[in-house]
Design a protein around this ligand. Structure first.
Ligand SMILES: Cc1cc2nc3c(=O)[nH]c(=O)nc-3n(C[C@H](O)[C@H](O)[C@H](O)COP(=O)(O)O)c2cc1C
Length: 260
């Protein structure tokens, strides 16, 4: 079982996305799988220009950037993989531009005049199924505690799954990355013992991918559990401006104490 992680973070190998990918990979290796990660920030990924030269007879299925940038190499790795991990930090309520730029280049892989109808009955033009129809996992990290922050990414990949006939086999979401010290501060493991359980769940998720080809719901729940929980009564009270000010100050002081 070959697991390919595509890391869309601009921080690349120094970021929390990579830290979490490596936790997952520990499990993949333990279960006898193979793994590789592609760090998009280290590669040359040009934006699709929308020229559709790739659809013209004299340049058929060749992007104008073939041989100039690294997208064809990443696509080849995706073809060889059994499972793909789409790893991205949340950047202003969506995935990183780096990851989106990679996906935007899909049209160059197939004949866009050929219509495909997915198993869900959705119409779309052809894309090379050896790339886009692979079972995949999303691995998302964010600083915020809000689910709202990442819901566009989940929605995007649910749509992707239905149009591409690509099984969506797991969703790993780490909120409060800043509080977790982005995995770089071991003292955080003592301060937030839950992190040990969370990272163990990431390893287990890697094992499950190799053993059963998907991540169990219970493992996802453990990996995705909240580090910081607001009491239920707080949210309705945030509609009051004086209360918002009190909470804002409390958060400010908390972040200073955390050293952020
Ligand atoms: C440009 C930019 C935009 C961001 N937007 C958000 C956001 O909308 N919501 C959020 O929770 N975190 C946001 N973050 C924080 C990152 O998602 C978070 O720090 C993440 O852990 C970074 O992962 P990395 O270390 O792999 O890059 C943003 C970070 C950057 C650099």
């Amino acid at each position: 079982m070959k697991v390919l992680a595509i890391n869309g973070s601009q921080r690349g190998k120094n970021g929390y996305t990579q830290f979490l990918i490596e936790k997952l990979f520990e499990g993949v290796i333990r279960a006898g799988g193979e793994c590789e990660s592609v760090t998009l920030s280290e590669l040359n990924i040009k934006r699709c220009t929308g020229c559709f030269t790739c659809q013209k007879a004299d340049h058929y299925l060749k992007c104008i950037f073939d041989g100039i940038d690294d997208v064809a190499t990443v696509y080849e790795k995706m073809r060889q993989a059994d499972i793909i991990i789409f790893g991205t930090p949340v950047y202003i309520f969506t995935m990183s531009g780096l990851l989106l730029n990679l996906l935007d280049r899909y049209p160059s892989t197939s004949n866009c005049s050929d219509l495909n109808i997915s198993k869900s009955g959705l119409f779309f033009h052809q894309i090379d199924t050896a790339i886009c129809s692979k079972p995949f996992v999303t691995l998302i990290c964010q600083d915020n505690i809000e689910t709202e922050t990442h819901k566009n990414i989940i929605s995007y990949f649910k749509t992707y799954s239905r149009f591409m006939d690509a099984p969506y086999i797991g969703s790993l979401i780490r909120k409060s990355a800043i509080i977790a010290g982005y995995g770089k501060n071991d003292a955080k493991l003592l301060e937030y013992p839950l992190l040990n359980e969370i990272y163990a769940a990431f390893r287990k998720a890697g094992e499950e991918l190799v053993i059963s080809g998907r991540i169990n719901k219970a493992t996802q729940k453990k990996a995705n559990q909240e580090l910081i929980k607001l009491p239920h009564f707080v949210k309705p009270m945030l509609k009051l401006s004086f209360f918002r000010k009190i909470i804002q100050n409390k958060i400010k002081n908390f972040m200073v104490r955390q050293g952020n």
